[in-house]
Design a protein around this ligand. Structure first.
Ligand code: ZN
Length: 184
């Protein structure tokens, strides 16, 4: 039996991005607004973010002097309409983060969904973790939380295909061994 666990966002993460006015290091996309500026046949597209402390707005470059014809018309419509899915996919795109020098702050913005059935009787049990959003987690912490075990117990009882202490956002599988040796 393989149990599915799912990591999923509950809202958009904040951005760790230093404000030039108040030096706060937290910004939000809020409702999610793009700004599109046409200059002849070239387009600039920005995603607007707001400082959480002082409300100062700054612009993250999404496209810079991109030929209009190079953009997918559906995507362009999405920028004009502030399509929430497009806001999410741009914000979570590592390229945007690299280009605009911010990191995502996932604290409190995601949840681990686990099946409700008890696994106590099915030792050893296999779990497959799926990431619907690229939330960086430490496997040992995630597993401890999902199974209600201490981290020491996780290190002792879990066999995992990836290092338990290294942060990941990619799916992985692990096996939980019984807590006590089976009786002969
Ligand atoms: Zn500020």
């Amino acid at each position: 039996m393989v149990l599915p666990w799912v990591v999923r966002r509950t809202r958009l993460p904040l951005l760790s991005l230093r404000c030039v006015d108040c030096r706060s290091e937290s910004a939000t996309t809020g409702e999610g607004t793009f700004r599109v500026n046409a200059n002849g046949k070239l387009l600039d597209v920005w995603l607007l973010v707001r400082c959480v402390s002082c409300d100062r707005t700054s612009k993250l470059t999404v496209h810079e002097r991109a030929p209009v014809r190079a953009l997918d018309p559906v995507e362009l419509d999405g920028y004009h309409a502030n399509d929430p899915e497009l806001v999410a996919s741009r914000l979570l795109d590592p390229l945007l983060a690299r280009r605009n020098r911010f990191t995502l702050d996932w604290a409190g913005a995601w949840r681990l969904h686990t099946p409700s059935e008890s696994i106590e009787e099915a030792w050893p049990v296999q779990v497959q973790v799926v990431f619907e959003d690229p939330v960086p987690v430490r496997p040992e912490r995630l597993i401890a939380q999902g199974l209600g075990l201490s981290r020491n117990e996780v290190l002792r009882r879990v066999k995992c295909e990836i290092p338990l202490r290294r942060t990941t956002s990619a799916g992985f599988a692990f096996t939980v061994m019984p807590g006590r040796p089976p009786e002969m």
